[in-house]
Design a protein around this ligand. Sequence first.
Ligand code: ADP
Ligand code: MG
Length: 431
Amino acid sequence: MTFKDFHLDPGLDEAMFYLGFEKPTAVQQQVIPAISQGDDLIACAQTGTGKTAAFVLPVLNKLANGLPSKTNTLIVVPTRELAIQIEQQIQGLSYFLSVSSIAVYGGGDGKAWEREKAAFKSGVHIIVATPGKLLSHLNMGYMDLTGLEHLILDEADRMLDMGFIDDIKRIITHLPEKRQTLMFSATMAPDIRKLARTVLTNPKEVNLAIAKPASGIDQKVCLVNESQKAEAIGRLLSERKDYKTILIFTSTKSKVNQIIHALKSFRIASRGISSDLPQDKREEVLRQFAARQVNILVATDVLSRGIDVKDINMVINFDIPNDAEDYVHRVGRTARVDAKGEAITFITPRDRRKFYLIEKLIETRIPRLELPSDLGPFPSWEQPESQDKDRHGGRRPSYNDRQRKKRPGRGRRNDNPSGQRRSQGRPPSRG
Ligand code: ADP
Ligand code: MG
């Protein structure tokens, strides 16, 4: 099957050529026809399988057949990084169309607010928004969503995890009842099904959600004491000098800086992003990482889904993710679509039970990695938990790590002062 089989607008075919999209992914093959037929839909597929284009392409194709004067599509997403990423993908795919779009997310200043308001009033075609900021605008009463035809909830599982369920329900009260609603998720957990039952009407279901990392990922696990992690990573990285992009994940914000400092003592330069960093700085670091100016990025889970950098050579889990499903999301940052990548997870003896849950979820035994013995002695897989030396020695996550509700932040990247985009701006990037 090729994209030609969908008979999309030639402008979309051309944009895909420039973006290097040669053939539709499995989820795109199933989702694009279903959306084009106008059905409600719930689609589950693992991270990195091309869900964004699966919903963006049919929406753009409809808009290519006649541009409406009012807002046509609302895409609700859990994080600002994802909002930006999806809006960029819309920009790329709609390069040869006159579709307008805007990413709307919290943390902006008064100028951002005015820009967003102006875009809404002019009937911007596609809005990609995080729930809180969108609701703030909706409550002001100036948004006209009477022409809305598509509501898309992306990463619905993440939105539920982050507690956005009530916000989503409130948003829906502002939308026309007659609309097409699409839900995307990496998993089909029971609460996702429940949400689907309340917001979708006779939905088609596409389920490719085997929670398994893509087959191109070479996964390994390493059992160490907490105090041995930094040196072990130092060694692994020194053996992989040719790697240009390495992502290191940690569960807590406070550890991001600890890891950067520890790596520095092994003469390894890295940068970090966590929700503590102002928005403009985060974007700058992500840009540098994408441009290979920064080779090693240390990040928290909250941001893991927003990182869409191609050809990540290696993902290192500095500590075990709290949820087995986060493991899939983290390692899914490497080997996106058909590429190869390496993923190494560090666990301490007390993480073993959590780790077995991951192996159970992905139905795979992850090979054990032996580290050079001069870095040891390492704990043994057979050692009972009660003898875990590190039990009280490791640093506990700080309680300051709880997400601050309100943080100072700057507006969106300001290369677009009107806040609204007509897609004639710049060519889509290739590759
Ligand atoms: P998901 O939302 O399923 O995690 P994304 O939509 O973010 O995945 O897509 C992952 C990556 O794959 C993106 O970089 C995207 O540009 C790329 N991609 C999507 N569809 C295709 C395709 N048909 N061919 C090649 N690359 C694709
Ligand atoms: Mg996605």
